[in-house]
Design a binder for this molecule. Structure first.
Ligand code: GDP
Length: 310
């Protein structure tokens, strides 16, 4: 299939987030009309507000990038916020989209939907084959429910809706608040501030041994537009970069990009989280997309953007 985006009215839900922002930028060159609506216009947790807004707006397609997101600490500290808000956002938008006859919808999940000890690299078929990583199971359960709801609309109502599961993301528009951020922006900030203050050491969480795969949000957005155009199946699709590093290697690369050359120490009282999280993106590659930038270049670009734009 090819879904022609030209002239389509596409709602990017969550445009203020890192992923939504990247999708808005990427759709800018597709000849479509991008629709956005901030929380002041429609509160996505409010069922009636979402239904009223959807009925009035009637988009042709939706990229559902809105979610309550956060790093390992935030996830473990605010289980209700992560589970309840994400369930509400998904259920409200999908049902309202069905009633408004939305042609195409792309739901964004996350690699944390997979079991903690899934075989690596993680295939789409690993879903629901084992227990989840406890530090982010609240978010994971909500995202699993969301992708199942997409499949349910596909199955019961023939909706041409799809889901994509990105790996760990980074890039412009990320969260730099140390209490809620993911590791990459957290370390950019820690090293940058340590350099400014002339600190002799930076403390990094965990043991440094966990492996993570990182994908730039603009590369993700490119893959999502590709899927919106070219993929119609009932199964969700992994979107990874194949670029896998230990947290220690990541920390060293970030220190190099920032220009911090003092000591790195490890706070092993902080959780490591899941030991390894590498996606098998061979289905995406087989569909015809493989377009990933170099990690160090991506980090340097992200650092420059944060310094310029905050
Ligand atoms: P995860 O991929 O869901 O585990 O989420 P994170 O990006 O929050 O954490 C990834 C890994 O980086 C974990 O092993 C953390 O312990 C480690 N890490 C090291 N320093 C930091 C930090 O300052 N912030 C965060 N969020 N993680 C850190």
């Amino acid at each position: 299939m090819t879904y022609d985006l030209t002239g389509k009215r596409i709602w990017v839900a969550g445009h203020r987030g890192m992923v939504g922002g990247a999708v808005v930028r990427r759709l800018g060159s597709e000849g479509c009309k991008v629709i956005t609506a901030g929380r002041d216009v429609v509160d996505l947790v409010d069922q009636k507000a979402v239904h009223d807004w959807m009925k009035a707006t009637k988009p042709d397609a939706i990229v559902l990038a809105a979610a309550k997101v956060g790093g390992i600490h935030a996830n473990a500290s605010y289980p209700v916020d992560f589970l309840y808000e994400n369930l509400m956002i998904e259920a409200n938008i999908l049902h309202a989209a069905h009633e408004a006859d939305v042609e195409r919808l792309l739901f964004l999940g996350s690699s944390c939907i997979y079991p903690k000890f899934a075989d690596q690299p993680i295939q789409e078929a690993s879903l629901l084959t084992g227990v989840l990583e406890p530090t982010n199971e609240w978010y994971a359960i909500a995202k699993i429910a969301g992708l199942k709801l997409v499949q349910a609309y596909h199955k019961q109502h023939g909706r041409d809706w799809i889901s994509a599961m990105p790996t760990n993301l980074y890039g412009p528009g990320d969260t730099y608040d140390l209490a809620t951020s993911h590791v990459l922006p957290a370390l950019l900030r820690k090293f940058h501030e340590a350099k400014e203050r002339g600190d002799k050491e930076v403390v990094v969480w965990g043991t440094g041994t966990p492996l993570r795969e990182f994908l730039h949000c603009d590369d993700l957005a490119d893959a999502l537009v590709f899927l919106l155009r070219n993929y119609s199946g009932n199964d969700h699709i992994n979107v990874g970069s194949g670029v896998e590093v230990t947290i220690k290697e990541l920390a060293e690369t970030i220190a190099e990009v920032v220009g911090y050359d003092e000591a790195l120490t490890w706070d092993t009282t902080k959780p490591d989280g899941t030991p390894r999280k590498l996606m098998d993106s061979s289905r995406l590659h087989a569909l015809g997309w493989n377009n990933v930038r170099d990690l160090k270049e991506g980090i340097a670009q992200t650092y420059a953007d944060w310094i310029a734009n905050g």
